[in-house]
Design a protein around this ligand. Structure first.
Ligand SMILES: Nc1ncnc2c1ncn2[C@@H]1O[C@H](COP(=O)(O)OP(=O)(O)OP(=O)(O)O)[C@@H](O)[C@H]1O
Length: 366
């Protein structure tokens, strides 16, 4: 499979980036970490904006930097689209001209995208005659994404593209990013420090801590196997479930989703039946029940599960992580006392209780 392979070392006074990663060149690779962990520096190295003196970077078969061979392609020779926090549109040009600027830079025979397709994908047709100053922050960012895509990049690099927008605007842009991920087949590297923002998008998760990569793998593997001391955020212990919306129960204001051959309920989502919906289930929101008949519960979501693995030392001193198979592995955190009481063993059939109210980050209809 085509991969992005990078190794960068950048020494700054008081901070050194020393990051090595090898990820699939498809879907969305999120670089996640606290402020100052080196996310932007890593992205700038990929772009060729910062030069790592002993760096290496390849995109599939194309080597863009290999300092051991004296090779360094500067930014304008890399087929990348760049999107920053601020849209950086040309203020004196219309939206149409801003978009054309990117498009015309690429010779016709090398164009991999169609102008009208990108305009329609991002729904910016009605904005074409306007100037950037007359656009909302979210609209500006859609145009900036369009301009980047119209350069027919091999790789899209996005540095906190939603960071300057308020929550409502963020949620407005997210569906476009999901469409882009689904429709364009373009690898995206996406820098963020917001867990909520990335959960809908992420395929591969790279965790940066103090300039080093502490995890780099398929998102669910990282969310489930990360040692407690590396969990930058408690939400990093959990599972992403890709479900399909089945129907809505308007009487009880719930949405039913299908997951494998099981069903789950969550608060009413504004998503059309048949559409995919990704849920983020925190490990601490799953409890384990050995027999369904023993208790009556207010929990709506009960999945049949098999104990896969008991991971000592997962969370706090009193807690333990359990990997359960519910059709895919999910992570549950329970107390050590509960583990002793339930006497759980790998292979055991149990039930996973999931609290509906805490299981999803809402996204608007698209
Ligand atoms: N050009 C530079 N010269 C010196 N130090 C720098 C330079 N650029 C970044 N740094 C330092 O490198 C460290 C990492 O910065 P970077 O911007 O990559 O982090 P980040 O994870 O993207 O942070 P944030 O989320 O706040 O944007 C910081 O301590 C920063 O001060």
């Amino acid at each position: 499979m085509t991969r992005l392979t990078a190794h960068f070392q950048v020494p700054y006074p008081g901070f050194t980036l020393d990051a090595e990663l090898d990820v699939p060149a498809r879907g969305v690779t999120v670089i996640f970490g606290r402020s100052g962990s080196g996310k932007t520096t890593l992205l700038r190295c990929m772009a060729g904006l910062t030069r790592s003196p002993s760096g290496f970077f390849s995109v599939g078969d194309d080597v863009w930097q290999d300092e051991s061979q004296g090779l360094f392609r500067p930014v304008h020779q890399r087929a990348i689209g760049l999107v920053f926090q601020d849209a950086r549109l040309f203020p004196h040009l219309s939206v149409q001209s801003n978009l054309q600027y990117g498009y015309r830079r690429i010779a016709e025979k090398e164009r991999k995208v169609d102008f009208d397709h990108i305009v329609s994908l991002l729904e910016i047709g009605p904005l074409l005659d306007r100037r950037p100053a007359n656009l909302s922050g979210g609209e500006q960012q859609r145009v900036a994404i369009g301009r980047a895509l119209l350069t027919s990049p091999q790789l899209l690099l996005m540095d906190e593209p939603l960071a300057n927008l308020d929550t409502a605007r963020k949620m407005e842009i997210l569906p476009y990013l999901l469409k882009l991920r689904a429709e364009l087949g373009l690898p995206i590297v996406y820098v963020s420090h917001s867990l909520e923002e990335i959960m809908q998008l992420v395929d591969t998760l790279v965790l940066l801590k103090e300039g080093r990569v502490v995890a780099c793998d398929a998102a669910n593997r990282v969310l489930q196997t990360l040692p407690a001391e590396e969990r930058i955020d408690p939400g990093l212990a959990g599972t992403l479930l890709d479900t399909t919306v089945v129907d809505h129960d308007d009487a009880f204001v719930l949405t039913r989703v299908r997951y494998g051959d099981q069903h789950l309920y969550l608060p009413r989502q504004n998503v059309t039946p048949g559409r995919p919906l990704r849920l983020h289930v925190l490990a601490r929101d799953i409890s384990i029940v050995v027999s369904p008949a023993t208790i009556q519960t207010s929990v709506l979501n009960i999945l049949e599960a098999t104990v896969l693995e008991i991971l000592e030392g997962g969370g706090a001193a009193h807690a333990v992580d359990i990997r359960l198979d519910v059709g895919q592995p999910v992570l549950a955190t329970i107390t050590k006392k509960s583990l002793a009481r339930l006497n759980l063993k790998p292979g055991q059939k149990v039930y996973a209780h999931i609290k509906a109210v805490q299981m999803v980050h809402e996204i608007p209809e698209f």
